[in-house]
Design a protein around this ligand. Structure first.
Ligand SMILES: NC(=O)c1ccc[n+]([C@@H]2O[C@H](COP(=O)([O-])OP(=O)(O)OC[C@H]3O[C@@H](n4cnc5c(N)ncnc54)[C@H](OP(=O)(O)O)[C@@H]3O)[C@@H](O)[C@H]2O)c1
Length: 197
């Protein structure tokens, strides 16, 4: 059975990835506070130690990372750095360090989001992070010749809108995003951004 490292397995989207992929993969779960391995992915040393213990693997999916939601007036400079360290550099760490341990032909999928292309008020940090990470994915795909790397760009999950107390009628069920991550690691493409239709 292929080995999948899933970072963010307890989240709204990650838990659906588990549901969808557990029959076909041995899933190694990684989160900050639970799972087979617990770490903050922004800590490169901790990420390296984790991969040493996991050993070789066939696929990595990240459905994780923090960025502040709030207006420009509500953002301190530190808030931007916190998001860059977590959602952007955390996922870059998983790819750059993980590829040294991954099997030939391995596939990676990281999480961005539609704020990269479609800004809304309050989404300034996340839009910046998502756009930066998408540029990383495109660039890395040119050089990771024996592996694939893609990103999945969710819009708003129905379940997340419900958790936030919003009207969720325009939300996309998280299982639909989970299918995109599965496709992203199985289809053999690289440098692509997967969107929900
Ligand atoms: N849900 C949406 O509507 C939506 C929309 C657009 C983009 N996205 C993106 O999709 C991804 C998944 O979103 P989600 O809503 O499913 O997230 P979520 O429900 O908040 O869950 C996040 C998951 O990632 C783990 N995690 C968070 N920060 C981590 C870190 N620094 N190191 C290791 N693990 C970490 C959490 O573990 P712990 O609980 O143990 O901390 C949790 O399992 C995120 O990148 C998010 O920005 C989501």
């Amino acid at each position: 059975m292929k080995k999948l490292v899933l970072v963010g397995s307890t989240g709204v989207i990650g838990s659906k990835v588990v549901e969808l992929m557990k029959a076909d993969y041995e899933i190694v779960t990684v989160n900050r506070t639970s799972g087979d391995y617990q770490l903050d992915m922004s800590d490169a040393n901790a990420v390296e130690e984790m991969f040493k213990k996991i050993g070789s693997f066939d696929a990595l999916i990240s459905t994780s990372g923090y960025g502040k939601w709030g207006s420009i007036d509500e953002h301190s400079i530190q808030d931007y750095h916190d998001g860059l360290n977590s959602k952007l550099m955390g996922q870059v760490n998983l790819v750059v360090i993980g590829r040294k341990y991954a099997n030939e032909g391995a596939s990676f999928a990281v999480s961005t989001g539609i704020l990269a292309q479609y800004p809304v008020e309050g989404g300034i940090s996340l839009g910046m992070i998502n756009a930066g990470l998408e540029a990383f994915v495109r660039g890395a795909s040119l050089e990771m010749k024996n592996m694939t790397i893609n990103s999945v760009s969710p819009s708003f999950a129905k379940e997340t809108m419900e958790l936030m107390g919003m009207d969720s009628s325009t939300g996309v069920p998280a299982i639909e995003f989970a299918k995109l991550y599965k496709n992203a690691v199985e289809e053999g493409k690289s440098g692509d951004i997967y969107y929900a239709s």
